[in-house]
Design a binder for this molecule. Structure first.
Ligand code: NAI
Ligand code: 15L
Length: 275
């Protein structure tokens, strides 16, 4: 698969959400993907100090004009920016729904041809943990956040069908240094496996719009990641070494959605603002 990667570097790669948990962890490691990395997050969120091949640009993704300027001059995007947990719809609307629309509109205007969209397992969070699904199973978003990621995936498909902008949407499981609870024994995704998938998503030719799950090679899995084969992606890490530690933590009740549904606690968050 390595020799099918059509290039090894972009001229200028945009990394949104660079001040977030994943962004901070991968920022220095995506440097090898491009001659220059434009790192971005909300005003005040980012340290303005740039590494030698970086540019730091603050931007609110909900600001259409600012996003257009942010994307100008970039030839690929890793889109991590946005609200990353279940929140009131108005917050999700601004950062995630308007944000992803603004990003693709700017990509169209500035001829960006490759995007990695940080989607989420919460697009399919209402499947049960005893079900195994692939990335073409009907979506079952588990909240406003999951709905916004579902919208992001549909937006990626539309911009491919209409304008030829290619996207790999990664339905990320749980990217943290280690699993935090029993559910994450199935959903955990290591930074190394994520970096490998990002590289493949950026450099594999002709991906169209490909949706994959982002999870390590965990002993328990809810996802048949058959469409990741197109990218040659085979995860190497596993949550198993953390099992003994995780099993010392209290188990949720067997009928708690945390133990039953793939989306875990997200499936019971909210509503936030009943009339
Ligand atoms: P995070 O919440 O730590 O980082 C998100 C970043 O986006 C923050 O730095 C925040 O300031 C920025 N942001 C929020 N609203 C913005 C706006 N309007 N304009 C510009 N920037 C804005 O999230 P994390 O964990 O780093 O996740 C990164 C991406 O991956 C997110 O899109 C998240 O939904 C997705 N994801 C993460 C998972 C995980 O396990 N960490 C699992 C599934 C998806
Ligand atoms: C997500 O989509 C969230 O961004 C992250 O904070 C985790 O909670 C993750 O999913 C998860 O499902 O564990």
């Amino acid at each position: 698969m390595e020799n099918q990667l059509n290039r090894s570097s972009f001229r200028r790669l945009l990394l949104t959400g660079a001040a977030g948990g994943i962004g901070r962890a991968i920022r220095s490691r995506v440097a090898g993907f491009a001659e220059c990395v434009r790192v971005s997050d909300l005003h005040g969120a980012l340290d303005q100090t740039a590494a030698p091949n970086e540019e730091v640009v603050a931007c609110d993704l909900a600001d259409r004009i600012a996003v257009d300027a942010l994307v100008d001059g970039c030839d690929a995007i890793i889109h991590l920016g946005g609200v990353s947990v279940e929140r009131p719809f108005e917050e999700i609307l601004e950062a995630n729904i308007k944000g992803v629309f603004n990003l693709y509109e700017a990509a169209r205007r500035h001829d960006v041809k490759r995007v990695i969209f940080a989607s989420s397992n919460h697009v399919t969070g209402f499947y049960r943990q005893d079900e195994k699904i692939d990335a073409h199973a009907p979506k079952r978003p588990d909240g406003y956040y999951g709905l916004s990621k579902s919208f992001g995936e549909d937006t990626a498909q539309f911009y491919f069908d209409r304008y030829g902008i290619e996207t790999v949407s990664i339905r990320i499981g749980s990217v943290f240094p280690e699993p935090k609870d029993r559910r994450m024994m199935a959903s955990w995704f290591s930074y190394d496996d994520l970096l490998d998938l990002l590289r493949r998503g950026l450099f594999t030719p002709e991906v169209g719009h490909t949706i994959v799950f982002g999870a390590s090679a965990n002993a328990v899995t809810w996802w048949d990641n058959r469409y990741a084969a197109k990218l040659g992606f085979v995860p190497r890490d596993s949550s198993e070494p953390f099992r003994a530690k995780i099993e010392t933590t209290p188990a949720p009740a067997p009928d708690d959605p945390v133990a039953v549904l793939q989306g875990g606690a997200f499936t019971k968050a909210g509503p936030f603002d009943p009339l």
